[in-house]
Design a protein around this ligand. Structure first.
Ligand SMILES: *Cc1c(COP(=O)(O)O)cnc(C)c1O
Length: 373
């Protein structure tokens, strides 16, 4: 066995995205104790910068020590009790996982289904509330990475509130890439990931809970079914004033990376980051259409950071094209997922990957491999 040296790839799939060397260098710094005052001070800065990125004042804002899926499970574990009815919107892979989470926590999922590639229908959600007066939680995916569709998070959260329910939002792909206003939109629980538009390596999941969500958690009748995700225990580590207690050993160096990526987001400015993703999407769109690729999602619902495109009929072996891109051009793009497997490519413009240089590389590599087939 010898040391591992990864190849030098350009990452334009559905995540992870390219990680800037500043973030990698931050992570290569010496490990210190996870209760060291210097580390605790850095955690406080992470909380402050996450609040800015989420546009929230929520006290309960921190990073779960595991990837986005763990943030998802943390939210459902704390907000769903056995017997609870939860309206779950499914318009792609990740909505399906939300349903799975509700059921594993002992809740009943009331499913609102929409076609893959279409946003969550407000009318259907309204009807679901009308038919299920006991539903006290609405769960949906803001940016569905499996299809590249954006749902109207603001309107959905307003619907939840109007019906006396809390909202639980998957923002794994939206945070840092498109407008996301947790407080203004009235989002009650939200989870994200580091390896999409924050351009950090995978492994942490930023989350935030509104005061109403915190009340719901504090007034639970039963213990949270997961020990690791039980927020009443986790918060003693993230919040304990002066006297933080050991819960688990935080992934110290991963936190350095998140801290640095949030500093970079702060330097760029949140609005500017959203604007850059939008501009890069316009540029990529023109190039992809010139190559004969068609978007899956109607223009007004498209995510700039995840471009799902159908390839021309002349492409008989799409996997061979992705293999060529990877092996000859060091470029990773995403395959279709779930119902769209084998039918589309998913080209990511997330975080640092949303750059002129990446788009130029992607378009030139794609045109070469397409010409070959
Ligand atoms: C990537 C993703 C997840 C899961 O995040 P992991 O870090 O892979 O666990 C959840 N939801 C959406 C919308 C995603 O794009």
């Amino acid at each position: 066995m010898q040391s591992f040296h990864p190849p030098n790839r350009v990452l334009m799939g559905p995540g992870p995205s390219d990680v800037p060397s500043r973030v990698l260098k931050a992570m290569a710094q010496p490990t210190i104790g996870h209760l060291d005052p210097a580390f605790v001070g850095m955690m406080d800065e992470i909380k402050t910068m996450l609040r800015q990125a989420f546009c929230t004042d929520n006290a309960m804002t921190f990073a779960v020590s595991a990837p986005g899926s763990a943030g998802m499970e943390c939210c459902f574990a704390n907000l769903v009790e056995p017997g609870d009815e939860v309206i779950v919107c499914i318009n792609g892979v990740f909505g399906g996982r939300m349903k799975e989470n509700v059921e594993r926590m002992g809740g009943t999922a009331i499913v609102v289904e929409d076609n893959w590639g279409e946003p969550v229908s407000l009318d259907k959600v309204e009807a679901a509330f009308a038919a299920n007066a006991n539903a006290k939680l609405l769960a949906f995916v803001h940016a569905e990475t499996s299809t590249g569709v954006r749902s109207d998070a603001k309107a959905l959260c307003q619907l939840a509130r109007k019906n006396g329910a809390l909202s639980l939002v998957d923002a794994v792909t939206s945070l840092g890439g498109i407008e996301l206003l947790v407080d203004e939109w009235g989002i009650d629980a939200i989870y994200s990931g580091t390896q999409k538009c924050l351009s950090c390596p995978p492994g942490l999941s930023p989350v935030s809970f509104s005061p109403a969500a915190a009340d719901k958690i504090l007034s639970r009748k039963s213990k949270v079914r997961s020990w690791f995700f039980d927020l009443s225990l986790v918060m003693a580590y993230w919040q304990g004033d002066g006297a933080r207690t050991y819960h688990h050993t935080a992934p110290v160096n991963a936190m350095y990376g998140l801290h640095e990526s949030l500093v970079m987001l702060h330097e760029e400015g949140l609005q500017n980051a959203w604007g850059r993703h939008a501009d890069m999407h316009q540029k990529l769109k023109i190039g992809l259409e010139n190559l004969g690729l068609e978007f899956v999602v109607e223009e007004q619902y498209r995510l700039p950071q995840l471009n799902a495109v159908k390839f021309p009929d002349t492409v008989t072996d799409e996997a061979a094209i992705r293999k060529d891109l990877l092996q000859q051009h060091n470029l990773e793009i995403g395959a279709g997922l779930g119902a769209l497997a084998g039918k589309v490519w998913r080209i990511g413009l997330m975080g640092a990957s949303a750059s002129d240089a990446n788009i130029d590389k992607c378009l030139s590599a794609l045109s070469q491999v397409l010409a070959k087939q």
